[in-house]
Design a protein around this ligand. Structure first.
Ligand code: MEV
Length: 334
């Protein structure tokens, strides 16, 4: 039996990092997807064919009782996303009370590990495809919660933001309460974003830890910055409802400045952010955990100019419309 699912990537519009410390965030699914197939094996091993995860065509096999991975490739370094597959299978197996051997194949239409929520997409997709193979089509809430558990196990700290938007799609306002407060926003207007991408220098877990350490050392300075980001998110939610793009742009700029003050932006990200504004974007900011990766520019009527400006400073621009669709079951073959 083989189950194939697809999951959207995301851009965080407002509130990344602050959401880890209890503030709200606004996040949107994008029309670029990651596809995961799970195929039953006759033994209990897990084989991961990570077609697009930095190292093309790498094939990894591990079994339940051997922590060692067998790597069937000449290529060097291990791929971060593999940890998410492994933990997602563990989390789903514990939840379902059964452990299967599977071949997992992953394909991605977007750069992986670039701040577009691909580790959350891998976690959500693996939980969903594996559960179908085990005979359970789980409710979305259970999939989102198992995927969040997966991210917590791999990263130690993670908000439910990325796993929620990967599961449900759309534009979401999220508060990290228990249970997670999720509001799906009706966005009537087009949000013409250009995304700029540069190679990532640090992992999400390192960046989240960096902010946590900074907050511990300078609580009276950093906590108000995180709270301000939360307030920006609230104002942005209202601006989105009023289709007020100039206000959204200004709020993006302020949010970027605060993220930079937390030390999670980089020169390459800043170059893209400022050149996009210079080329006519009404607002621009890094998106996701930072340390390189992606930025977004809101640039109605200036998409071409902004894309060129991003290219000129060494970034890779691409367009990705926002998407309503979350997790989708593509096929189940007996
Ligand atoms: C990463 O996409 C977003 C962060 O806020 C981490 C998280 O929410 O888990 C940096």
């Amino acid at each position: 039996m083989r189950a194939t699912v697809s999951v959207p990537g995301k851009v965080s519009l407002f509130g990344e990092h602050a959401i880890v410390f209890g503030e709200p965030a606004l996040v949107a699914a994008i029309g670029k997807r990651l596809t995961i197939s799970a195929e039953e094996r006759s033994d209990r091993a897990v084989r991961i064919n990570a077609m697009d995860l930095h190292v093309p065509g790498v094939i990894l096999t591990f079994t339940e009782d051997s922590p060692e991975l067998t790597v069937e490739t000449d290529y060097g370094h291990m791929v971060g996303a593999v940890g998410y597959v492994r933990e997602a299978i563990e989390a789903a197996s514990e939840h379902l009370g059964s452990r299967l051997g599977v071949n997992i194949t992953i394909r991605s239409e977007m750069p992986v590990g670039a701040g577009l929520g691909t580790s959350a997409a891998v976690s959500v997709g693996t939980v969903a495809a594996y559960s179908i193979l085990a005979g359970h089509q789980l409710p979305l809430g259970e999939i989102a919660s198992l995927a969040h558990k997966t991210e917590l196990r791999v990263q130690n700290i993670a908000s439910p933001m990325d796993t929620s938007v990967a599961t449900y799609g759309g534009v979401l306002y999220i508060r990290p309460t228990s249970p997670t407060h999720i509001e799906r926003l009706q966005v009537a207007c087009e949000l013409p974003f250009v995304i700029g991408y540069v190679e990532r220098e640090s992992r999400t877990s390192e960046l989240v830890k960096k902010v946590r350490d900074l907050r511990e050392s300078y609580a009276e300075i950093i906590s108000p910055i995180l709270q301000s980001i939360g307030r920006i998110t609230e104002r942005a939610k209202a601006a989105l409802a009023e289709e007020d793009l100039p206000t959204l742009g200004r709020l993006m700029n302020i949010n970027h400045g605060l993220l930079d003050s937390l030390g999670v932006s980089t020169k390459a990200l800043n170059d893209m952010v400022y050149s996009a504004r210079f080329a006519g974007a009404v607002g621009s900011k890094m998106t996701g955990a930072g340390g390189g990766g992606c930025m977004i520019a809101l640039c109605p009527g200036k998409e071409l100019e902004v894309s060129t400006a991003i290219k000129v400073v060494g970034g890779c621009p691409f367009r990705a419309p926002l998407s309503c669709e979350g997790l989708r079951v593509e096929s189940v073959e007996k």
